[in-house]
Design a protein around this ligand. Structure first.
Ligand SMILES: [Zn+2]
Length: 428
């Protein structure tokens, strides 16, 4: 061994060894195939960032392994390791319970009757407005632990169940508190998005003037108040929600205030949201179920990531998004859960990968890329997360089995044995 002063090896404070297959998703790793798989791989980190990835037989020659504390040496037990999942589209801060509504809907009760009974999205708005910050935080933290248990290490989080200045502010405060909690306990990283234009609040539904006044409030009060607190601004551009003109106005104001842009586009009908996303250079356009070929070309040319949300199709017994049409034209694709109480109540990216492969014609390689690097690109975080490469955060999952190809095939069960966020094990 070299003496300390002549030691040119990399200094590390965290090690992962005894990995059957290290799925790097990094083309520069020297690993095999489109996923960059290193058999008998190892990984070293320092201060929560990856500093070295390679075959375990080279580890001790290139990294100062002896200096790593025993508690910071992780033995993967001969199992497969992947980057943590990046879930780029969720609505996980809310109160209330809509399980009864789900079962009524599946029993054939129509949308109008459910609305007459006071169910639907406005029931979540009522419950969320009535909840304290402490209550929302406890609900949010429990859900974050569940995201981590299923392998997610970064999670985007949309507001949008407050729909007034005070409650939207409280939701963003809760997200910030959860992000701070993640500095001491290992919780998935929270990326906050402001979605004041999720749906019209009940008090604004009576007249065109009340509607216009709500859009004014989003632009003139909420957006300035939340600038710097939310990373992105999103709009639900849909005939039943906000028009292209309203969406453009909100997003232009948001862009001027420094927000990145996202759009719920072409989910339930051809809404014009995809074209708007291309025109404004949004970071992502989400859903895209009804997007035309021309619109997809425009999104690709503008560098917009398409976020596909198969959990909604599964929940609503609706057709799945046409992933092949995006992939075949070279678009960057992300898979996300759309975790929300109405149309996709699942924290499991493994479930979305299973649906992508079995129902959307994606290969496992495409689905895994979409669930990691694709999600990172939909959050403008591709330099930080999404692959196991030097410089990125040490966010990874150890599976229960030795081969990542069990994903999608072995469905409906949790295949994740352990989740590490910045090198710290998530307690789930
Ligand atoms: Zn959504």
């Amino acid at each position: 061994m070299a003496s300390a002063e002549n030691d040119t090896r990399l200094p590390a404070d965290w090690l992962l060894t005894n990995v059957s297959r290290l799925v790097t998703l990094d083309a520069a790793s020297g690993g095999a195939g489109p996923l960059g798989v290193i058999e008998r791989g190892a990984l070293a980190a320092r201060n929560g960032r990856i500093i070295w990835v390679g075959p375990e037989q080279r580890l001790a020659a290139e990294v100062a392994v002896e200096a790593v504390a025993p508690a910071a040496r992780v033995d993967a037990g001969g199992r497969a390791t992947l980057p943590g999942f990046v879930d780029a589209h969720t609505h996980f801060i809310f109160a209330g319970d809509r399980s009864e509504e789900f079962h009524l809907r599946h029993a054939g009760v129509g949308y109008e009757e459910l609305a007459r009974q006071g169910r639907g999205i406005l029931s979540t708005v009522r419950a969320t407005r009535a909840a304290s910050a402490d209550e929302l935080r406890a609900l949010g933290e429990a859900r974050l632990r569940s995201f981590a248990a299923h392998g997610t290490t970064t999670v985007e989080s949309k507001s949008g169940y407050g729909l007034d200045l005070a409650t939207e502010g409280r939701i963003l405060e809760v997200m910030a508190a959860l992000a701070r909690a993640g500095e001491t306990v290992a919780l998935p990283r929270v990326v906050p998005t402001f979605l004041g234009a999720h749906t019209l609040p009940p008090e604004s539904r009576g007249s065109p003037e009340a509607r216009a006044a709500y859009v004014d409030m989003v632009c003139d009060e909420m957006l300035p108040a939340f600038a710097g607190r939310a990373r992105f601004c999103d709009v639900f551009c849909e005939s039943s929600a906000f028009s292209v003109e309203e969406s453009r106005r909100i997003l232009l104001r948001a862009r001027a205030l420094g927000y990145g842009l996202k759009i719920h586009a072409e989910q339930l009908s051809a809404s014009g949201g995809a074209r708007l996303a291309a025109e404004l250079g949004a970071v992502s356009a989400d859903h895209l179920d009804h997007a035309t070929d021309d619109e997809l070309d425009a999104l690709r040319d503008a560098g917009v990531t398409g976020v596909l949300l198969p959990g909604c199709s599964f929940t609503l017994s609706a057709p799945y998004p046409a992933a092949r049409r995006l992939l075949d034209r070279g678009m960057t694709v992300a898979l996300a859960t759309d975790f929300n109480p109405g149309t996709s109540y699942s924290e499991s990216m493994q479930m979305m990968i299973a649906l992508a492969v079995s129902a959307m014609g994606m290969s496992l390689e495409q689905a895994l890329r979409a669930a990691t690097l694709g999600g990172a690109s939909a959050l403008a975080l591709a330099d930080e997360v999404g692959s196991l490469a030097p410089g990125k955060r040490c966010d990874l999952i150890i599976l229960r089995g030795a081969d990542e190809r069990e994903l999608a095939y072995h469905f409906g069960v949790n295949l994740v044995a352990a989740t590490y966020i910045s090198g710290r094990r998530a307690e789930v």
